[in-house]
Design a binder for this molecule. Structure first.
Ligand code: NAP
Length: 274
């Protein structure tokens, strides 16, 4: 029997690529996103599109109810829904910080809490939470996004410790930059983008670098294949870094260098002092 998987954030970018790849590898895939109620947005190839807003508990319950009425069981949940805000820590308003936490982190929590009673009852299940290299280290002008991904890392670790006894495996996926994400989900803080901002020049250099790193990033299929590998594996690893050698080296440097030295290297890379 085909195994049923739910992928959130599947209307664009990596979520869409993961959903299509899993479907092509024989999984029955339910693809969740807000825009699947729009006629001009089609579900990923081979997948069932489900309207899902991860900031709305009722929408989350309805999406999983719909899937479970059809499938009875859920093998895996893959949480990809997120957005990205670029702005200085001084200038990103608390309201935007609350919004990004509510989507990227608490939205993921809502999905997990909706499927856990079912997975516990089944006695098996897989949960894959999309973190990022930003879940391990920080980058200038990505403070809000980095905070949301660090929250995912901390919460997922506790989750894994609590639910392994029910036969449920948790993995976090930490991709480096990938091409193909939509600019629609890259919010720019208007205060930092204002020429009057004390950060303006650094912000501009930093966000240009972030943009070009994404444009020249990995192919999405690399991440989609890694997710499929986790679902196919009998004993999936807890942490899966999917990154180029350069991206991986930033994780090693973060681990082994004095933080002041590491911060200097990252600042020079993204926003060098003139
Ligand atoms: N792209 C990269 O280089 C990269 C690197 C590391 C990690 N990641 C992580 O990979 C995941 C996908 O990123 P991406 O850049 O590839 O995708 P993306 O193009 O930015 O797409 C974001 C997806 O999230 C969905 N979404 C946003 N808010 C939502 C909400 N409230 N409820 C439900 N869905 C919502 C969007 O769908 P709707 O608007 O239709 O709801 C869309 O499908 C994210 O978790 C991201 O942090 C990406």
């Amino acid at each position: 029997m085909k195994k049923a998987v739910f992928v959130s954030g599947a209307s664009s970018g990596l979520g869409r690529a993961v959903a299509e790849h899993l479907s092509s590898r024989g999984y029955t895939v339910y693809a969740g996103a807000r825009s699947f109620d729009r006629e001009d947005v089609s579900p990923p190839a081979g997948c069932v599109g489900v309207k899902l807003d991860v900031t709305d508990t009722a929408s989350v319950s309805a999406a999983f109810r719909y899937m479970l009425e059809k499938e009875k069981e859920i093998y895996a949940l893959v949480n990809c829904a997120a957005f990205f805000t670029m702005g200085s820590c001084e200038e990103v308003p608390p309201e935007e910080l609350a919004r990004i936490m509510n989507t990227n982190f608490i939205g993921m929590v809502r999905n997990v809490q909706a499927v856990l009673p079912v997975m516990r009852k089944q006695g098996y299940g897989r949960i894959i939470n999309f973190s990022s290299i930003n879940g391990v280290l920080a980058v200038p002008f990505q403070g809000a996004y980095t905070a949301s991904k660090h929250a995912i890392e901390g919460w997922s670790e506790a989750l894994a410790q609590e639910i392994s006894r029910f036969g449920i495996d948790v993995s976090v996926v930490e991709p480096g930059d990938c091409k193909g994400g939509s600019q629609k989900y890259r919010h720019r803080c208007s205060a930092s983008a204002d020429i009057a901002s004390p950060y303006y020049e650094y912000y501009k250099a930093g966000t240009d670098k972030i943009h070009s790193d994404e444009e020249n990033g990995m192919d999405q299929l690399r991440v989609a294949s890694a997710v499929c590998g986790l679902l196919d594996s009998k004993k999936p690893p807890y942490r899966k870094v999917v990154a180029t050698l350069t991206q991986r080296s930033s994780i090693w440097l973060h681990k082994f260098l004095a933080r002041r030295t590491f911060n200097g290297i990252i600042t020079d890379y993204y926003a060098p002092k003139k």
